[in-house]
Write a protein that binds this ligand. Structure first.
Ligand code: PLP
Length: 367
């Protein structure tokens, strides 16, 4: 920190790995070759084709390049999607705890977030009946994020099928944010929602990007793949707002998508080891409850046993941990997951050990 205080941060939502060298080289070569002008707004044909190939080979999805819109990060893709899908007053179902950006982006498009809570006891898997009960004649879409930020939950194929059935029954769009798809543990396999049948394929906007899978958060490349009219509307919208994502960065993204699948395996393996470590350390603290997350790089323990005396809310607890233990966490209520805190384990094993030991010590003092 600027004041020289030794704070251990579990706050970061980004891999602590360097972007692989071939990706950097492709972008540097592009600059040196003068690839520094405007490109088509929805991305260079080479990159849209690389996305099409990736979605076909890894996800079993058959899109055409015209159905792919490359943008400045998956966050930008979600924004484009909301702007294009929603009319004022349209409702969008969010499964809580959820990435807080979704609610704000729904509101920015004039929409209304409708929250369906998934319990920590269920491993943050939503119940079909709860989702169904949230549908009204204003429901336009449901956002699905598996693996999840902030819980690390991976929705079982059965749950994805239920969501698809619900979307088909009520003619809803599904926005499937698959940004953490490569960060899966215990042999879990990713299922793309749009791959569950041709009906749901036609009602799904698949969102992904390079940030988390290739340690490219600062590069700002994400993409959406969607039915043609939606993709065209997003491309037109982006054309008037940002134009293209940075030209030479797109060349880096082509290199990333063309890397052999094995090239990021070491990062995934390291995240899995850290997941095991943080899970065992946190659950050894009396009263702290959590299931082992199956994906992403977040732990989302239930710390409610420590609330109700001096500290009333998870936000109070996060402040206490920062002040007293010099450990930065994110309060669960930010994600509508009150009674929890989020810890990103995109940090070294030694910091995980040191940081969780500090948390344990600080919690002992208020037990
Ligand atoms: N979706 C989720 C669930 C995220 O957690 C994040 C980043 O934290 C993003 C999307 C944004 O990714 P990008 O860096 O591609 O904008």
């Amino acid at each position: 920190m600027a004041e020289g205080i030794d704070v251990i941060s579990f706050g970061a939502g980004e891999p602590d790995f360097n972007t692989p060298e071939p990706i950097c080289k492709a972008a540097i070569d592009a600059i040196n070759q003068g690839f520094t002008k405007y490109t088509p707004s929805a991305g260079i044909p080479e990159l849209r084709k690389a996305v099409v190939n990736k979605l076909e080979n890894e996800n079993g999805l058959k899109y055409t390049p015209e159905q792919v819109v490359v943008s400045c990060g998956a966050k930008h893709s979600v924004y484009n999607t909301m702007q294009v899908l929603l009319d004022p007053g349209d409702e969008v179902i969010l499964i809580a705890p959820y990435w807080m950006t979704y609610a704000d982006q729904v509101r920015l498009a004039g929409g209304v977030p409708v929250v369906v809570a998934a319990s920590s006891e269920s491993g943050f898997i939503p119940e079909y009946d709860d989702l169904k009960a949230a549908v009204t004649n204003r429901t336009k879409a449901i956002i699905v994020n598996s693996p999840s930020n902030p819980t690390g939950a991976v929705l079982p194929r059965e749950t994805l099928k239920q969501i698809a059935a619900l979307a088909l029954k009520y003619s809803l769009w599904v926005v499937s944010d698959e940004i953490y798809e490569h960060l899966l543990y215990d042999g879990e396999k990713h299922t793309s929602l749009a791959s569950l049948g041709s009906g749901i394929f036609d009602q799904t906007i698949t969102i992904n990007g390079c940030s988390k899978s290739y340690a490219m958060t600062g590069w700002r490349i994400g993409y959406a793949a969607a039915p043609l009219p939606i993709a065209k509307a997003m491309s037109n919208f982006q054309d008037q707002v940002t134009s293209n994502p940075t030209s030479f960065v797109q060349k880096g993204a082509v290199a990333a998508l063309n890397l052999p699948a094995s090239s990021m395996e070491a990062m995934r393996v390291e995240f899995e080891a850290r997941r095991d470590l943080i899970h065992s350390l946190l659950t050894a603290i009396p009263g702290v409850k959590m299931q082992k997350p199956k994906g992403a790089f977040y732990a989302f323990p239930d710390i409610s046993a420590y609330l109700g005396k001096d500290l009333q809310t998870d936000a109070d607890l996060a402040t206490y941990l920062l002040d007293e233990a010099k450990v930065a966490t994110v309060p669960g209520s930010v994600f509508e997951g009150s009674g929890h805190i989020r810890l990103s384990y995109a940090t070294s094993r030694s910091d995980i050990e040191k940081g969780v030991a500090r948390i344990a010590e600080a919690l002992k003092r208020i037990a």
